[in-house]
Design a protein around this ligand. Structure first.
Ligand code: COA
Length: 178
């Protein structure tokens, strides 16, 4: 994945999907700090509300193979519209996945493209499980992940207004969807 770059179109508009690199730092900061409060909360909980350049640089890991960060760019001006990442744990068996899309670019399949790429990458790495931690009120991402075969043991409708829900995708062949 680290070397590959894919161009695709939505209508006639071209986009590029590729690994985020340190040279993309300015575009990454602009993307990140232009997200609205609700998107920030859905993606990061209460952990992060804004990033400095130094903090952003730390979020572009050098070990792109085991911790890939993939972005979707405007093909013309390299503006970032969506980012997804896989964070592999110490056992190298499990990874946490997360995605976020610019609000004005949603429902056009960008998150789906990121998830396709990240799940394929996880399969190449030989991982057995991908997890996602989401806030329970986040119906869009529950819908999205369920489409990819993620499941949860917990009740999806929680009485907790702001609880966290863990969803998992088992990558072992016997558990994969058809
Ligand atoms: C969740 C999120 C990533 C979806 O991005 P997206 O690019 O709009 O998703 P896609 O266009 O690929 O949507 C694919 C499917 O997901 C589901 N979905 C996406 N947004 C939805 C919404 N607002 N309501 C209901 N279902 C939704 C639908 O099933 C959709 O398919 P459809 O458009 O054919 O109905 C985006 O809303 C987002 O960035 N949210 C804030 C950050 C966040 O919650 N991240 C998740 C933490 S891991």
């Amino acid at each position: 994945m680290s070397d590959t770059e894919t161009t695709f179109f939505i209508g006639t508009r071209p986009f590029v999907l590729r690994q985020l690199q340190i040279d993309d730092l300015a575009a990454y900061l602009t993307f990140f700090n232009s997200l609205d409060a609700q998107s920030m909360h859905c993606r990061f909980g209460y952990m992060i509300s804004a990033l400095t350049a130094d903090e952003a640089a730390l979020r572009i890991p050098p070990d792109a193979d085991s911790n890939p960060v993939i972005a979707i760019f405007d093909a013309h001006d390299s503006k970032i519209f969506a980012i997804g990442r896989l964070q592999t744990d110490k056992t190298k068996q499990t990874a946490e996945i997360a995605v976020v899309v610019t609000p004005t670019m949603r429902r056009q399949g960008l998150a789906t493209r990121l998830l396709d790429a990240l799940i394929a990458h996880a399969q190449q790495l030989g991982l057995s499980l991908i997890t996602a931690y989401i806030v329970t009120q986040n119906a869009p991402v529950i819908d999205l992940l369920t489409r990819f075969g993620f499941i949860t043991d917990e009740p999806i409708t929680s009485s907790e207004e702001d609880g966290e829900l863990k969803l998992s995708l088992n990558l072992n062949p016997a558990h994969q969807r058809e």
